[in-house]
Design a protein around this ligand. Structure first.
Ligand SMILES: [Zn+2]
Length: 278
């Protein structure tokens, strides 16, 4: 199942998104030959990028990066408004990475970076220390402490499938008493947390799951969207990059009078002859 399902509750007091990206993540993982533990953390990062970008108005790329200091030094995933995703991981290939390794053991210290890059605008960046037991907990603490937007993130996985449910409280509405808004938020949180693993990974569609949970909360679902893997690397872009290097920098890259590059996102190789570059 590959669906991004946005929704609203309680007359717009809360917004949310439900994400399933099974085939998309398989394609993302197939582009790399990572160990299973590395695939898992890349998949988590990709799903979280979809979840976090879902509430933003932007026209460019939303990127999420985990920086660690142990076996994995970088996990990067970015998404676009059209729901494309791509990503890669930099890790110590000599280290043993248990498939069951916890997030905490992979990132005992480190940081999480968010960035939004838009054409013609200064990039926006946020940064938070990796403190949680999971990526979802870390992101949630960012919302609680740094930006003070009440947020609930539920993630669950089943073999290579992940489900993510994110719900956020919108800014308080003046025509609804604060206590009522806070009570509703508590109820919505409890309902969201009641979702069962079997519901998330069974035959129900996201709409059906949301209806089961929130049918008493004026659930409004929007058109479902489809995530997909896509890399926009292009030979011309790489050619421009190589031409910007100094001749001395390029010299070290030549083998048999040509330079071969591989895209870090999809593995696509491009070869350039010396005549093209000098
Ligand atoms: Zn590529």
């Amino acid at each position: 199942m590959d669906i991004i399902q946005s929704f609203m509750l309680d007359d717009g007091l809360f917004r949310g998104v439900f994400i399933a990206a099974d085939q998309t993540l398989r394609e993302l993982n197939e582009k790399h030959q990572y160990p299973q533990a590395v695939n898992k953390i890349l998949d988590d990062c990709a799903v979280m990028a979809f979840a976090l970008s879902s509430g933003l108005k932007y026209n460019g790329r939303f990127a999420l990066q985990l920086r660690g200091q142990e076996k994995i030094s970088s996990v990067y995933a970015d998404v676009t408004k059209e729901n494309r995703v791509r990503g890669y991981v930099v890790y110590d290939q000599t280290a043993s990475l248990e498939e069951t390794a916890s997030f905490r053991s992979l990132f005992p210290t480190g940081e999480l970076l968010f960035s939004v890059s838009q054409i013609g605008q200064e990039p926006y960046q946020g940064i938070v220390q990796l403190t949680g037991e999971t990526l979802a907990q870390t992101v949630q603490s960012y919302f609680d402490l740094s930006v003070q937007i009440p947020t609930l993130i539920i993630t669950d996985s089943d073999q290579d499938r992940i489900r993510c449910l994110l719900i956020q409280k919108m800014p308080d509405k003046n025509d609804v008493p604060h206590e009522i808004q806070n009570d509703l938020w508590e109820t919505v949180r409890i309902l969201a947390k009641s979702v069962q693993h079997e519901e998330l990974f069974g035959t129900l569609t996201p709409k059906e799951i949301l209806f089961r949970l929130f049918h008493e909360h004026q659930l409004v679902v929007f058109n479902e969207q489809k995530p997909f893997f896509s890399c926009d690397c292009h030979r011309d872009k790489m050619l421009r990059f190589l031409k910007k290097l100094t001749p001395i920098e390029r010299e070290g890259l030549y083998q048999n009078n040509q330079i071969t590059t591989a895209c870090q996102f999809c593995g696509q190789e491009f070869t350039f002859k010396k005549e093209e570059l000098e």
